[in-house]
Design a protein around this ligand. Structure first.
Ligand SMILES: Nc1ncnc2c1ncn2[C@@H]1O[C@H](COP(=O)(O)OP(=O)(O)OP(=O)(O)O)[C@@H](O)[C@H]1O
Ligand SMILES: [Mg+2]
Length: 265
């Protein structure tokens, strides 16, 4: 079943007399339950593309269709409602620094009007899902990067989204922590059936958990398909950090899920 369809999507940024064509005629389908990786170099248009998927960025032309609804046709209220189905996590976690962990997770629920008691119960359940029950009263500044990303994941899941968008969600983390977060994302995908779209510049991330991948170069998709079918010549990805990848493999082999272990062989 199709979850997201992108049709002839273009996005240009115009500033005085300069124009940047960040996305050029993108066509892409993400099916329900996919972990869809979009890989590309810095400036390729990855963040712009993922922000178009929830209309945080409005395309210049083309369509974004989520579960049969074209986002461009929705009014502000409908779009806000639709966005509850589309959660997002970020490279720098974006937690509220002045709120403790449990309140960070409760916050989106209270915005939705969920009763305090129910929101609290749900937040604790999610905190336990991401393995941080003992950090409920800590503040983000007291947590490691990996722990902060776990809180961000719990917060993202609070609204029972159907889709989780990940913008370089592991890029600020060391290889071991990256492997553990990828394992958690895989678990979430399987347990809750949440479709994941993740963008990254790391080939190792794509290979560890994605079933499909698209390669973005200068705003254009140059490859797209199932992971095993897509031509991903390693030497093309010269930004791949070999040293990190080796450390990642070593750790994942010993500690993480079958999928991650399969990849590292
Ligand atoms: N708000 C904006 N105004 C003007 N130009 C922008 C804006 N956002 C992005 N761009 C330009 O669009 C292009 C794509 O940027 P984007 O942030 O999508 O790349 P990216 O692939 O996410 O890069 P990175 O890996 O560094 O995060 C770049 O040339 C960038 O300068
Ligand atoms: Mg980016």
């Amino acid at each position: 079943m199709r979850e997201i369809e992108i049709k002839s999507l273009c996005k240009s940024f115009v500033d005085k007399d300069t124009k940047v064509d960040a996305l050029r005629d993108i066509n892409l389908t993400v099916d329900k339950g996919d972990i869809f990786g979009i890989i590309g170099m810095s400036g390729a248009g990855k963040s712009t593309l993922i922000r178009c998927l929830n209309y945080l960025e409005k395309p210049t032309s083309g369509q974004v269709i989520v579960e049969g609804k074209e986002l461009g046709q929705l009014n502000e209220k409908e779009l806000r409602e639709k966005r509850q189905d589309i959660a997002m996590i970020f490279q720098h976690f974006n937690l509220l620094q002045q709120k403790n962990v449990i309140d960070n997770i409760i916050f989106p629920l209270s915005l939705q009007g969920v009763k305090k008691k129910d929101a609290r119960a749900k937040a604790f359940e999610l905190l336990s899902k991401v393995g941080l029950e003992d950090k409920a009263n800590s503040y983000p500044s007291q947590l490691s990067g990996g722990q902060q990303q776990r809180v961000a994941i719990a917060r993202a899941l609070a609204a029972d989204p159907k889709i989780l968008l990940c913008d370089e969600a592991t890029s600020a983390l060391d290889p071991q922590t990256t492997a553990s977060i990828l394992s958690l994302l895989k678990e979430i995908n399987q347990e809750y059936g949440i479709t994941i779209v993740l963008i990254t510049h790391q080939m190792s991330v794509v290979k560890a958990i994605c079933n499909k991948v698209a390669v973005l170069e200068e705003g254009q998709l140059v490859e797209s398909g199932r992971l095993e079918e897509v031509n991903l010549p390693e030497d093309k990805f010269f930004w791949l950090n070999k040293e990190n990848e080796l450390k990642n493999k070593e750790f994942a082999k010993n500690n993480y899920s079958k999928e991650v272990r399969n990849y590292v062989g």
